[in-house]
Ligand binder design. Structure first.
Ligand code: ADE
Length: 415
C-alpha cells in the first residue's frame, strides 16, 4: 500500500521534527535497544498497528519500530492528546497516521478502522479500543495476529475482563503491569505530568490548597505525593481499605467523596472507574474549584451531570471550561474531563516514557519471536529486568552484585 494517511496538515512537520528531536535526546534506553537490534531488523515484514497518544515520545517509539523493519500504522488514542505537528512529522518519516487533534468520536473510531485495514500482525494498544474493535468488528483479522501489548491500567482492566469471559482471541502482554512501567510511569510519570498540566493550564498556586485525589493506586500515589510537595493539603478518597490506610500512613487525610466535596479546592480523579465525581458531589462544591480527570476515559468526572446542573458554560482559558451553576457558583473543568496530563499537557516526562516505550519495543519483538497462547500474559521478568539494567547502564550507575556466599545464604535455612 502507498503511504496513506489522514492528518490535519502536513506543513506542520518541521515543528513535529523539532519536538521529536528534543525527546529523542532523553530516551537512552530506547536508543540502546534500537542500536543493538538495528543490524538484525527483527521486525522486518511485520505490520505493527498502534493506537497511542500521538506526541513526541510516542513518535520516537514508532520511528524505532520502523527502523527495525516494521510497517507502522497508527491511530491516535485520544482526540486531545493527538498533536498535529507530530502526525505530520511521522507521515514524513514513512509512518501511516490516521488522527487529528480535536477529532470527533466518529472520526476517532473511523481512524482505528483505517488502521485495521492494514491487517496488523502486532497491536500496541493504549486503553483497549483496538482489541475491542477487532473482537466486535474485525474477527477476520484474528488468524494473522501474533499478539500485542497494552500500555495502560484501563486497557488491562478491559483485557482481563475479555480474558475471563474467554473472548480474548490472541496473546496480549500486560506492559502496564511490569515493574519498569508501574513503579516509574504510573507513579512518577503521572505524579509529575498531572501537575505540569494543571499548573500550565491554570497559572494558579497549589500551596495551601486542599487537593482531593480519588484513587490511591500507583498513579494516585504519585499525584498525591507531588501535590504534597507543592504544599497542598491532600485528601485521599479510596474504596479499598488497605489503600486507604496506606494513604493515611503516608500522611494524608482520608474521607469519602461526600465529605471531601465540601472542602476541596482541586479535585483529581485517578481511579479508572466511572462517575467518581458526580451530581451530588458537584452540588456540594465551593465556588471556584478545579476539576480534573487523570484516568484513561472521560467518565470519572461525570460531565452529563455537570451539564444538567449548569445554566451556562464558558471557556475561561485554553483548556478550561467553567460550568456556572444556577446559584452562580463556578466549577472549572480542565481538558474537557479527558486525561488532563495529555489533554492539557505533553504527557509524562520524556525519561519516563523512555522506559515504558522501551518495554513496548521489547514486548513487540518478543511477540514476534515467541508463540504464546491467546490470553493476557505478564511481560517476562527477564525482559522487565533488562529495561531496568539498561536504564542504570545509561546513567553509569553500578549496583551491588551478590557474592556466591550471599546467594547460598539467602537460599538456605540452616544458619
Ligand atoms: N505519552 C505517550 N503515551 C502516554 C501515556 N500513556 N501516558 C502519559 N504520557 C504519554
Amino acid at each position: 500500500m502507498k503511504n496513506e494517511f489522514k492528518i490535519a496538515d502536513i506543513k506542520l512537520a518541521p515543528e513535529g521534527h523539532r519536538r521529536i528531536d528534543w525527546a529523542w535526546k532523553y530516551m537512552p534506553v530506547l536508543k540502546l535497544i534500537s542500536q543493538k537490534e538495528l543490524k538484525t531488523q527483527p521486525l522486518s515484514g511485520i505490520v505493527v498497528g498502534t493506537c497511542l497518544h500521538l506526541e513526541a515520545k510516542t513518535a520516537c517509539l514508532l520511528k524505532v519500530l520502523r527502523s527495525l523493519g516494521a510497517t507502522v500504522v497508527t491511530a491516535g488514542s485520544n482526540p486531545l492528546s493527538t498533536q498535529d505537528s507530530i502526525c505530520a512529522a511521522l507521515v514524513e518519516g514513512g509512518i501511516h497516521v490516521f488522527s487529528k487533534h480535536g477529532m470527533s468520536a466518529n472520526e476517532y473510531t473511523e481512524n482505528i478502522r483505517e488502521m485495521l485495514k492494514w491487517n496488523p500482525q502486532v497491536i500496541i494498544d493504549d486503553g483497549g479500543d483496538v482489541v475491542s474493535m477487532i473482537i466486535e468488528e474485525r474477527r477476520d483479522l484474528i488468524p494473522s495476529i501474533l499478539g500485542g501489548c497494552e500500555e495502560t491500567t484501563t486497557g488491562i482492566k478491559r483485557l482481563r475482563a475479555m480474558d475471563s469471559e474467554g473472548v480474548l482471541p490472541f496473546p496480549m502482554l500486560a506492559v502496564n503491569d511490569a515493574q519498569s512501567k508501574q513503579l516509574f510511569d504510573n507513579r512518577y510519570g503521572t505524579g509529575q505530568s498531572v501537575w505540569d498540566a494543571i499548573l500550565r493550564t491554570t497559572n494558579l498556586i497549589v500551596a495551601g490548597k486542599i487537593v482531593v485525589i480519588a484513587g490511591y493506586g500507583w498513579c494516585g500515589k504519585g499525584v498525591s505525593s507531588r501535590a504534597s510537595g507543592l504544599g497542598a493539603r491532600v485528601v485521599v478518597v479510596e474504596v479499598n481499605s488497605h489503600r486507604a490506610i496506606e494513604a493515611l500512613m503516608d500522611g494524608f487525610s482520608v474521607m469519602n467523596m461526600e465529605e471531601a466535596s465540601k472542602i476541596g479546592d482541586v479535585f483529581i480523579s485517578v481511579t479508572g472507574n466511572t462517575k467518581v465525581i458526580r451530581k451530588e458531589h458537584f452540588l456540594n462544591m465551593k465556588d471556584g474549584v478545579l476539576l480534573a480527570n487523570a484516568g484513561h476515559f472521560d467518565v470519572e468526572v461525570y460531565i452529563p451531570d455537570l451539564k444538567e446542573i449548569s445554566k451556562e458554560v464558558v471557556e475561561s482559558r485554553d483548556n478550561i471550561e467553567t460550568y456556572i451553576l444556577e446559584d452562580g457558583r463556578n466549577l472549572h473543568l480542565l481538558g474537557e474531563g479527558r486525561l488532563v496530563n495529555l489533554a492539557a499537557g505533553d504527557g509524562h516526562p520524556v525519561e519516563i516514557m523512555d522506559l515504558s516505550f522501551a518495554m513496548q519495543l521489547l514486548s513487540t519483538i518478543f511477540i514476534t519471536q515467541n508463540k504464546l497462547t491467546p490470553g493476557l500474559h505478564s511481560v517476562p521478568e527477564k525482559l522487565d529486568k533488562n529495561i531496568a539494567d539498561l536504564k542504570l547502564e545509561s546513567l553509569g550507575i553500578k549496583i551491588e552484585i551478590l557474592t556466591p556466599e550471599q546467594v547460598e545464604y539467602l537460599a538456605s535455612w540452616r544458619e
